[in-house]
Structure formats: C-alpha cells, structure tokens
Design a protein around this ligand. Structure first.
Ligand code: ADP
Ligand code: MG
Length: 362
C-alpha cells in the first residue's frame, strides 16, 4: 500500500472553467479518506487526475513518495471503481475480475489464484461462472471491487460506488467496505456526495466546495469543530440551523440577541471577539423544548411535527427569522405537540459564526 499526496492540484477545462483549485491533501498509507461535497464541486475530477484519466492543469501528484503527475494510468499503481460498475457483459465474473491481470500478461495460474482469493474475500466464489446480467446490483458492485483488488494497487480509488444501490443494500455495502478496508489495510480514496457515507466510512474526511477543500479531519472533528458555515451545514441531518444573532453587553452580563425571537444568556469565551458574531448555529439535536413554566429560551411556533419512530423532528418558525428551525427530540416529548402551538426552545450547545461564515470557535 502507498501514501498519496496532492500538492496545489488544479484543473481548468478547455471551456475556461477552473473546477479544482489548489488542492493540497495527504492520504496516509492504509488510510480510508473520503472526499465529500455537493454535486459538481470537483470530487470526480480530482479522483480522475489521481488515476491519470485527466491531466492536471497545475500541481503535483505523489504516490508512495514517487511523482506520478505525468505517468500513464497503468504505471501509477492505482485501481478505480466507478459508480457504473463498467463490467464486460459478455465475460463471466471470473473473466471480468481477471481481465486486468491477463492484459498485463500474467500467467493463467497467477490470474486464477488472484481471482479466487479476491472472490473469497468478497463472497463471490459461488458466482464466478455467472455473467453480469445474472447478478444483483450489489453483486455487480462487488465484482467491480474484486476487479480492483486482484490488481493489488497501492491506492484504491472509489467514485460513488454505492449510489446505484437501494438504501438497505447501501447500508450493507458500507459495512462490507469497512471490513474490507480492515482486512486489506488498503489506502482508499472514496468520493461521495452522501454525508452519511462520509461520516461512517471515512477515517478522515476532506470536505470539498467549489473546487477547494474547506476542511480535512476525522468525522467527529468536522462535526464538532467545523471551521466554517459550509462544513457545519453540510455534515449532519437534518442540517444545522443558522440564526442571525449579535452579542450584547448588559447589566446582568452578555447575551446573544436574536431580535423578536428573544435573547439567550451567554458567557463570552476568552479571546473571542463578541463584535464579530453575526450568526449562531445549532444542530437539531442540540435544541430543546423548554417546559412551559420555565423562563428563557426563544419564542417559536410549531409548524410541522414529523414522527420518525425513534425520534421526532419538530419544525418551528421563530418571529423575525427567515425559514424554519428544526429540533430533534424524543418521541415522548414530541407526541403531545400540536401544529401552531406556541413553544419555547433553547440551545444546549451552539456555534458562533462571523459575517464571512467563519466559525469563531475553531
Ligand atoms: P463532482 O464529482 O464533485 O460532482 P466533477 O468533478 O464531476 O464534480 O465536476 C466538477 C465540475 O467540472 C462540474 O461543474 C462539471 O460540469 C465540470 N466538468 C467535468 N468534466 C468536464 C469536462 N470534461 N469539460 C468541462 N467541464 C467539466
Ligand atoms: Mg462525481
């Protein structure tokens, strides 16, 4: 396995659009790195440049300490798995999996041995003589992964490999991919637009936005300490609530003023510039319903209650605030709530952002 390093990677297409801009990223030997971001932010283009399928307009790519920026794909020691499995329909599973090795001129016995070993790892050994059309979507995806495994690449590149599968199968394949990574100790770069996949699969995650990396870190680092509004809003479902606010000094200490919705008591942290605060960010699970008698909190009106079984999502409107605010609570709390009911809500935990969307804690 190998380390991967991207230095100032750029891609400008012939039509003039710069879709990858100055990407610096190090993926350690054996690490599972997820590139996540909204559609069109440059994830696939970045991966294709690593694979050698797209020439960078600038910057360098190193694999295992060796610069490969100008190397042809076959000499980079990478294997890519695509969303559209890209299997040969007229070949059996075994022939599909062994194709790369056969093309590289490996003897028949070596190819067979590699295919059988990969098939056992992926539980495909009973399907080796089938054609792709005789397989389910999940099995086809496993064959595509098997084809990558037999080549024993230094780095595996996955581009949205689970997007064509139904929800239940995606969950199962996520588990299988995690196990596979554990067994192979492989260096993996995995592209997805799905933040749940990113959070569950990645040892580290790089969040992409408009061709740039916003932040790199472990799933919980990004969840708990996002550097900006984009990362904070992208990870988490339902997404973080953002509310305009400013810090006000008073006789009783500081507070965060949310206009007509009310004020929240606030203790400024050392070194934090209270004047820079423009917005607060609160995750739905960090918003609590105040018992009716309790003072404080923010005035809100219940707009919609969604019962998901294990949790209840309460969508509220706050006076003077655009859009709705979502709160996640336990079923016993949400059961009694009625539409148009006036409630009070209070954050148990919040983040502060400046006018440029930078998080003031990070
Ligand atoms: P993602 O995988 O994050 O959804 P892509 O890397 O596929 O995004 O694409 C990033 C941007 O580059 C998109 O705006 C896309 O339209 C553009 N793009 C991709 N391939 C080409 C190309 N061959 N020529 C011009 N623009 C392209
Ligand atoms: Mg893509």
């Amino acid at each position: 396995m190998a380390q991967l390093r991207l230095c100032g990677l750029e891609k400008r297409f012939a039509n003039g659009a710069t879709v990858v801009q100055g990407v610096d990223l190090q993926v350690d030997d054996g690490e599972f790195m997820v590139l996540v971001g909204p559609s069109g932010c440059g994830k696939s283009t970045t991966l294709r440049m690593v694979a050698g399928l797209e020439a960078p307009s600038g910057g360098q790519i190193f694999i295992g300490g060796r610069e490969v920026t100008q190397q042809p794909p076959a000499e980079r020691g990478v294997a890519m798995v695509f969303q559209s499995y890209a299997l040969y329909p007229h070949m059996t599973v075994a022939e599909n999996m062994g194709f790369g090795l056969r093309m590289a001129g490996q003897p028949r016995a070596v190819v067979e041995q590699a295919v059988h070993q990969a098939a056992r790892t992926l539980q495909l050994h009973t399907l080796l003589q089938r054609k792709p059309r005789e397989l389910s979507g999940g099995q086809r995806q496993r064959v595509a992964i098997g084809r990558a495994i037999v080549r024993q690449p230094g780095v595996f590149l996955f581009d949205e490999p689970l997007s064509n599968l139904d929800a239940a199968l995606r969950t199962q394949m996520r588990l299988e991919l995690s196990r596979l990574h554990e067994r192979l100790r492989a260096t993996i770069v995995y592209v997805t637009h799905d933040q749940v996949e990113a959070m569950t699969l990645g040892q580290r995650i790089a969040v992409f936005n408009q061709g740039r990396i916003e932040q790199v870190g472990t799933p919980l680092q990004l969840y708990d300490r996002p550097v900006n509004r984009f990362v904070a809003g992208f990870l988490g479902s339902p997404r973080m609530n953002f509310l305009p606010a400013r810090a006000l000094p008073g006789d009783m200490g500081w507070s965060l003023d949310l206009g007509a919705a009310g004020r929240l008591p606030w203790l400024p942290a050392a070194g934090l510039d209270a004047g820079a605060i423009a917005e607060i960010g609160v995750r739905p699970e960090h918003l609590a319903l105040q018992p009716h008698a309790a003072p404080g909190g923010l005035a809100a009106e219940v707009e919609l209650v969604e019962h998901l079984g294990d949790v209840v999502l309460v969508h509220c409107r706050l006076p003077g605030v655009d859009g709705s605010v979502t709160l996640k609570c336990a079923p016993e709390q949400g059961a009694a709530l009625l539409r148009d009911e006036a409630v009070r809500i209070a954050p148990r935990q919040l983040l502060l952002f400046d006018a440029q969307g930078r998080c003031l804690h990070a």
